[in-house]
Design a protein around this ligand. Structure first.
Ligand code: PLP
Length: 481
């Protein structure tokens, strides 16, 4: 147990004192400020003794150092604007405007946003599909090597591991390849802040040698939404430049509530992490045992896929519930789980639904999910004698043709046209399924029939699309100036 006071304790004690706030925030810690008043008690600004995130020298510096000790990087920064902010800062810090970058095509939209902000010339790595589950595979180090040989001007490589669905890549192998050519490796590990924090969990990207690693604490650990960390690992990235971008991209009034939550999360992991992770792993194993008897529904597992993929593991926190080749689609499964069993999924895709489980899930949650899936499996088994037609995945598997740079298309004059007329036109904005926020098309890409058909299919299935209006219209480039 640490003897050093947590940021939360320090804030709570301060709030109990009689200092009168002649400063921001405007609620003045006044408990008559409305329904949220309880939260305002510890919501302060950079007053004496409470440090400044942008020039951390005291309590916030110590809190970040504590987080850093947990992950073992060179330096760790608190982020109050999610991994989004970390991804933007990381890419902007290692590239100059107009330079080249290599990104995995299944990266989160924040990676694409950074490319637009810095007018980068983007080369793609296209992961293959894991056919058994209609999801993207991990990143293959040899293929990264080939692409770096093809594009020697690339400054940095950006990949996501684990993916939204939990697929892990060989970060050590990729880091070796990238570093051999003097480039920087950025790993968006937004979904993997828990990796490496207990024995039996796979190693995280910091331990495997990535240069910049981004973690959303709020996704897989007990911390408030928007909390995240950026780790600088080794000395390939200029610290001052990274710091300059963080200062630019983070609010000048970082929330003490969010920062206290990050500090509390780190302390919780130090003190109770081992026990909680052990419980998490045990419950996962029991869940797998129970659901192994399902004959229609399949739970995503490394052991169920062929050996020819690049993936090195499957995160146990991502429970992919596949209904591929059954009468249900992912959306119907997710609706059923919500309506009949009161289990709300993280997302629904064409052939699967995805549940996120963490070290904070209780036995009841695991049991309810397993029981519901066994029950649904029984019903599908009884109701369906005929094999349904195969559902077609909606994720792109071929790389698009590029009509212009992402930034040029994004900033060009645009018009809205119907999807049906869009083949051959250049996208002016992103088209994506949300979640997970991975673009199906990015600005500058030439829209083709295959993609348009996939988007139409997604609309018909009621999947959650962004970038397409309810009338089926999308923005395209009028002309590149
Ligand atoms: C892979 C990945 N990276 C980054 C982000 C952005 O994270 P945040 O919501 O913490 O800004 C997300 C969000 O879903 C994500 O899935």
């Amino acid at each position: 147990m640490s003897t050093e006071k947590s940021l939360y304790q320090t804030l709570a004690e301060y709030s109990a004192e009689d200092f009168y706030p002649c400063h921001m925030p405007g609620h003045k810690r006044n408990l008559a400020s409305g329904e949220m008043a309880d939260f305002y008690r510890i919501d302060i600004t950079e007053i004496d003794g409470f440090d400044d995130l942008h020039h951390a020298e005291g309590i916030l510096r110590k809190a970040q150092e504590r987080a850093n000790r947990l992950y073992g990087a060179e330096e760790t920064f608190f982020l109050v604007n999610g991994s989004t902010c970390g991804v933007l800062a990381a890419i902007l810090a290692v590239t100059e405007p107009g330079e080249e970058i290599l990104i995995a095509r299944n990266c989160h939209k924040s990676v694409y946003h950074a490319a637009i902000l810095q007018s980068l010339s983007v080369h793609y790595y296209q992961p293959q599909m894991i056919q058994e589950y209609d999801i993207c595979d991990g990143v293959c180090a040899e293929e990264i090597e080939r692409l770096l040989d093809q594009y020697p001007g690339v400054k940095a490589v950006v990949i996501t591991s684990p993916t939204y669905e939990g697929i892990l890549s060989d970060i050590a192998g990729i880091a070796h390849t990238v570093h051999k050519r003097g480039k920087v490796l950025i790993v968006d590990e937004a979904h993997g802040a828990h990796l490496g924090l207990a024995k039996n969990l796979p190693e995280g990207a910091v331990a495997q040698g990535a240069d910049l690693v981004i973690h959303s604490l709020h996704k897989t650990l007990p911390a408030m939404t928007q909390t995240a960390l950026l780790h600088r690992n080794g000395d390939r990235v200029d610290r001052e430049r990274l710091h300059r971008y963080l200062t630019m991209l983070q609010s000048s009034s970082p929330s003490y509530v969010l920062m206290a939550s990050m500090d509390a999360c780190v302390r919780f992991l130090e003190e109770e992490g081992a026990g909680k992770f052990a419980f998490f792993q045990k419950e996962y194993e029991k869940f797998c045992e129970k659901t192994a008897k399902c004959r229609q529904i399949k739970i995503g597992k490394m052991t169920n896929v062929s050996e020819n993929y690049a993936m090195t593991g499957w995160d146990i926190g991502k429970i992919l519930i596949s209904v591929k080749d059954t009468k249900l689609n992912g959306k119907e499964l997710s609706d059923l789980l919500r309506e009949r069993y009161h289990l709300e999924m993280e997302m629904a895709a064409d052939t699967y639904a995805l549940a996120i489980m963490t070290l904070m899930d209780m036995r009841e949650g695991w049991q309810r999910l397993a029981d519901a899936l066994c029950d649904i499996d029984d019903r599908i088994e009884k109701e369906s004698c005929d094999r349904p037609e195969m559902t077609e995945g909606v994720r792109r598997i071929t790389l698009p043709q590029i009509g212009s740079s992402m930034a040029a298309a994004f900033h060009s004059p645009r018009e809205e046209i119907s999807l049906r007329e869009a083949a051959g036109r250049i996208a002016a904005d992103f088209l994506m399924l949300y979640p997970p926020g991975i673009p199906l098309a990015a600005p500058g890409e030439v829209l083709d029939e295959e993609l348009i058909q996939k988007i139409e299919n997604s609309r018909e299935k009621g999947l959650s699309l962004r970038g397409v209006s309810s009338e089926g219209r999308i923005p395209v480039v009028v002309e590149i100036p």
